[in-house]
Design a protein around this ligand. Structure first.
Ligand SMILES: CC(=O)SCCNC(=O)CCNC(=O)[C@H](O)C(C)(C)COP(=O)(O)OP(=O)(O)OC[C@H]1O[C@@H](n2cnc3c(N)ncnc32)[C@H](O)[C@@H]1OP(=O)(O)O
Ligand SMILES: CC(C)C(=O)C(=O)O
Length: 514
């Protein structure tokens, strides 16, 4: 009989640990809603003790998102556990996820604790959390590099103290499929009470083995898999949700397991997470990369024309990707546009549809064909996601001549009216950024800048992502336009708005004045 594997999504916690990724509360809620559509079993919403923003993100998700279990991460101490319990107060199905490292190297150099101390802290923290919340997940950080005998003792203590899930992380992506499978089997044979709890796996991708290791663990009896959309996460990332799910789906004959995931939501979730985090999906990425269903060579094309199964093991419709990518143009009407939104599974209120339709018409005027990706980009770019402090009204640039010098002027709208500034720069984008910086009146702290085309063709929609840094925190902004300078300016203003929303205007002004 097929076993059902629980899917624990940690895009909003471990995924957010991806360098350069910083999601605000609105973005976290948008992603959480997509995770509900995907039908994941557990959403790890964040690490509440980490920052007030993280706390707020977890509590908002706990309040607004119904259906999946909502988990919050804590170290193995009372202060962290209290923060999780408080943040999850309004959750329908709360879970405390507490962890402590068990490898000799982590215990000696990081925690400076003996094995006996770690055993005692494991028991205390699980017992403490259990007073408030029934569902407790315990993780032995760096489990794959821990002594197996000691690991069995730690998990036995956690289960005796009330853990409902024990997680076996490959924290540094060190293990191999055979070794990890053997570890899971060893735990199943040697940890008292393990048959009463879920066995979870959490794999990092440092050697590119996160998905392979997770699959081997499932074959060895793991019942829950932790993963992220697009494989985001600390360093090389975590096991990618879309790869795991499609491996289970496509090779059901081999793995003999099922999940509750609605595979048709995969492409949408991947696109959304990529846009909101500013982390591109590599073109040859399995399942969701641009080339995943592209056939370049003649022999392959010939085979696919005769029968797509010759070279396609998954059909793109299964992950919610439309085969017919040319859809709408400037002569399309509102009915066709609304119909397309529904096909893409966006059920938006009529006011949002009105705004999007106007943007679509504007885009269609500048672009011959509007692809599904363009429409999704417009939806993700919708203004309600971030309260705007500044709005780009217009800009002008003169560039060329010696040493790429350029001058730019910008007009920004604020609640106090219009502000206008001009500046020189090292090229048009630099000049526009400097003019915007002058208009807002404080040092913005540009950290990184990226520009890409959403679809192919000379009239493609350009997408710019800008990362700025303030007080150690990084904020990313995104801008869309068929004009790449305008896209860049919009992204810059968007990042500034996010930074102001996170830390408030007066504080920024004060810091700039000091
Ligand atoms: C493998 C993982 O992905 S684990 C999750 C990693 N994620 C993050 O760290 C992101 C969020 N982290 C943070 O914001 C901060 O690190 C905080 C708020 C958690 C802690 O900040 P600080 O108090 O400034 O401590 P700092 O991060 O410098 O050091 C970690 C401390 O926690 C201790 N610690 C680490 N893991 C654990 C644990 N599981 N249980 C108990 N204590 C722990 C360390 O020994 C160190 O203690 P010390 O201050 O007594 O030396
Ligand atoms: C907290 C644990 C699960 C973790 O993220 C890791 O070990 O990688």
């Amino acid at each position: 009989m097929e076993r059902r594997i629980k899917i624990f999504d940690t895009t909003l916690r471990d995924g957010e640990q991806t360098p350069g990724v910083c999601l605000d509360m609105h973005e976290k809620l948008e992603i959480a809603r997509s995770l509900v559509k995907l039908n994941v079993d557990i959403i790890e919403a964040g690490f509440p003790i980490a920052s007030p923003g993280d706390f707020k993100g977890v509590s908002q998700i706990a309040e607004c998102i119904k259906g999946p279990v909502i988990a919050g991460l804590s170290r193995a101490n009372k202060k962290d556990i209290d923060a999780v319990v408080e943040a999850l107060k309004k959750a329908e199905r709360p879970r405390v996820h507490t962890f402590i490292a068990t490898s000799d190297i982590h215990m000696e150099y990081k925690l400076k604790m003996s094995r006996d101390q770690v055993l005692a802290v494991t028991e205390e923290s699980v017992r403490y959390a259990k007073q408030f919340i029934e569902d407790i997940e315990f993780s032995a950080e760096d489990a794959s590099r821990s002594d197996w005998g000691f690991l069995c003792q730690v998990y036995a203590k956690a289960i005796a103290a009330g853990a409902t899930v024990i997680n076996v992380p490959d924290t540094v992506g060190y293990t191999t499929p055979d070794e990890y499978g053997a570890l899971i089997r060893h735990l199943r044979e040697h940890v008292p009470g393990i048959d009463k709890v879920d066995i979870s796996v959490h794999c990092h991708n440092d050697l590119g083995l996160a998905v392979a290791n997770s699959l081997a663990a499932v074959q060895a009896g793991a019942t829950q898999v932790e993963c992220t959309i697009n494989g985001l996460g600390e360093r090389a990332g975590n096991a990618a949700l879309e790869e795991l799910i499609m491996a289970f789906y496509t090779r059901r004959d081999y793995y003999n397991v099922t999940t509750n995931i609605d595979t048709k939501q995969i492409y949408r979730a991947s696109t959304q997470v990529s846009a909101l985090t500013g982390v591109d999906v590599q073109i040859n990425k399995a399942i969701v990369g641009d080339n995943a269903f592209a056939h370049e060579s003649g022999i392959h094309q010939h085979g696919v024309m005769n029968n797509s199964l010759t070279y396609e093991i998954i059909s793109p419709e299964v992950i919610g990707m439309s085969r017919n990518s040319i859809v709408l143009g400037k002569h399309s009407g509102r009915h066709a546009f609304e119909d397309r939104l529904k096909q893409l599974d966006y059920n938006l209120d009529s006011e949002t549809v009105n705004i999007l339709f106007a943007k679509f018409k504007d885009l269609a005027d500048r672009k011959k064909v509007v692809f599904d990706q363009d429409i999704v980009a417009l939806i993700i770019d919708k203004p309600s996601v971030h309260p705007a402090w500044y709005r780009l009204v217009s800009y002008q640039v003169v560039s060329g001549g010696s040493a790429n010098a350029a001058t730019a002027s910008v007009r920004l709208e604020t609640s106090n009216g219009i502000t206008e500034e001009a500046s020189c720069g090292d090229g048009p984008v630099d000049a526009v950024f400097k003019a915007i910086e002058q208009a807002v009146g404080f040092a913005v702290g540009l950290k990184d800048y990226q520009l890409k085309a959403i679809t192919a063709g000379e009239d493609a929609l350009g997408e710019s992502t800008v990362w700025i840094e303030y007080n150690g925190a990084v904020y990313n902004g995104r801008g869309l336009s068929t004009d790449v300078i305008e896209a860049s300016a919009r992204a810059y203003v968007n990042a500034i708005n996010k930074r102001l929303t996170a830390c408030g205007y007066p504080e920024v002004r004060k810091a700039a004045a000091e």
